[in-house]
Design a protein around this ligand. Structure first.
Ligand SMILES: [Zn+2]
Length: 442
């Protein structure tokens, strides 16, 4: 590939990722963006709470409570075999607004928040923040309130650092308390009328959503930094952005299933919520929900339980999530022989403790696909004295007993509000997902 061609692919990949990150400001918005893409690609929407009438040769998706989406493509000659499954997650570490959030003192009105997931807290300081999520609104039917999605889309809040003059030891490391130190400023008291001070967020939501304040029953809102993603490095080879964990994987899974024509197979791509908080929710990877949806698909084609169990036994899954790239200044934190370099390929992650879904047969299959289609990959294992993280793959296989493997792009500063990656690795990840979904032996 010549330089010009390479640069074209780099900027196209970076632009696509940038658009997704900017739109995916909450798990709900991440799912809305995906559902829009699936609509455009001709997928048909199914309701979780209605009966389905599925047909071979068609593609479908199910919106699961607004923050998980299960998409699947049924081959035109599907006979109940060849199950291919890939999964990523829609959520990311951040700050979540508490219900009664206004706190007034010293001329400030601050916003009470709790930390969602394993965020690197200091990366949330001194950054302009906005909020996105969903609001629940009154309707005439008590049992059916309206769910509406909302993104404030502008800088509104900030958590200021303490000046170095007030803590000369700051560069030796500061412990941040989740309740005391992570509270953003939302307004100055003088600019808010007395009676509004206790209800300032509801008031703002009502204006932004154009609804009456008394009609807002509840909200589910998350903060996000407003700075936009960018390419950097002297050749535009590096990409810097929030939420690379796990929108890089979301992009690869969704593009993969969009392009796939399974013919004699069943392809599934799932984007789950709740990964950053352990996956044990109704819409998380730890739920029996995916198995129940697969069961419904099999029943729709009159395949029995045993056919489905055989499909699991012969199925292949990929759990797609970011991996730790070697750090430029602290390389000793990585394994001495299984380390990930930026732009050297997507990572195949394994762990003796099964913190990642690890399967040597799937590794063998991926290696062959990579060789056949000239896709770069690297192997990743954590240093033996550093446990690393875990992924939804290891949790999903407990309910979906199929061969599954963890893969993902290498990133720096995982769980920072701003992460860094090599843009070529995204291209490799997208290509392997596409081949994974498209390669079928007839
Ligand atoms: Zn992740």
């Amino acid at each position: 590939m010549d330089i010009e061609e390479k640069n074209k692919i780099r900027s196209k990949t970076a632009d696509e990722l940038k658009r997704r990150v900017e739109a995916s400001t909450s798990p709900f918005h991440s799912i809305l963006y995906i559902m829009n893409e699936l609509d455009e690609a001709g997928f048909e929407k199914l309701e979780l709470g209605s009966r389905w009438k599925l047909e071979r040769g068609k593609k479908y998706y199910v919106d699961v409570y607004g923050s998980t989406v299960v998409s699947f493509a049924v081959g035109s000659k599907w006979y109940g075999e060849n199950l291919r499954f890939a999964a990523a997650h829609s959520d990311f570490p951040c700050l979540k607004i508490k219900p009664a959030c206004e706190m007034e003192s010293n001329g400030y009105i601050r916003m009470n928040v709790e930390v969602y997931g394993g965020a690197i807290l200091n990366t949330w300081l001194d950054r302009p923040l906005s909020a996105a999520g969903r609001i629940i609104l009154k309707t005439d039917d008590i049992m059916n309130p309206e769910v509406r999605y909302l993104d404030f889309k502008q800088p509104l809040f900030i958590i200021p650092n303490l000046a170095i003059h007030m803590n000369r030891e700051v560069n030796k490391g500061v412990e941040l308390n989740r309740q005391k130190d992570m509270i953003p400023v939302m307004a100055l008291s003088d600019d808010i009328k007395g009676e509004d001070k206790k209800n300032i967020l509801f008031k703002y939501i009502s204006e932004k959503a154009d609804v009456r304040e008394e009609d807002i029953l509840d909200y589910d809102m998350f903060l996000y930094p407003v700075e936009t993603p960018c390419s950097l490095g002297l050749s535009g080879e590096i990409f810097s952005s929030g939420r690379l964990d796990n929108l890089t994987s979301v992009q690869a899974c969704v593009k993969g299933i969009q392009k796939s024509v399974p013919d004699n197979g069943l392809n599934m791509a799932v984007v789950y919520d709740s990964e950053e908080v352990g996956s044990a929710t109704k819409q998380g990877a730890g739920s029996i929900l995916t198995r129940s949806i697969i069961g419904r698909i099999f029943k729709n084609f009159d395949y029995d339980e045993e056919t489905m169990e055989c499909a699991f036994a012969n199925g292949i899954g990929l759990s797609v999530d970011v991996a730790h790239a070697i750090h430029p200044n602290i390389p000793e934190k990585n394994d001495p022989t299984n380390k990930l370099l930026l732009n050297h390929g997507f990572g195949i992650k394994t762990s003796a403790g099964e913190r990642y879904a690890s399967d040597p047969v799937v590794i063998g299959i991926l290696k062959r696909l990579c060789e056949a289609y000239d896709i770069k990959y690297q192997r990743f294992v954590n240093r033996s004295d550093i446990p690393g993280g875990s992924t939804l793959g290891a949790i999903a296989v407990a309910n979906l007993p199929m061969r599954m493997l963890d893969v993902g792009v290498p990133v720096l500063a995982m769980h920072s509000s701003r992460e860094t990656m090599g843009i070529d690795d995204q291209m490799y990840l997208e290509r392997i997902l596409q081949e994974f979904f498209c390669y079928f032996t007839k």
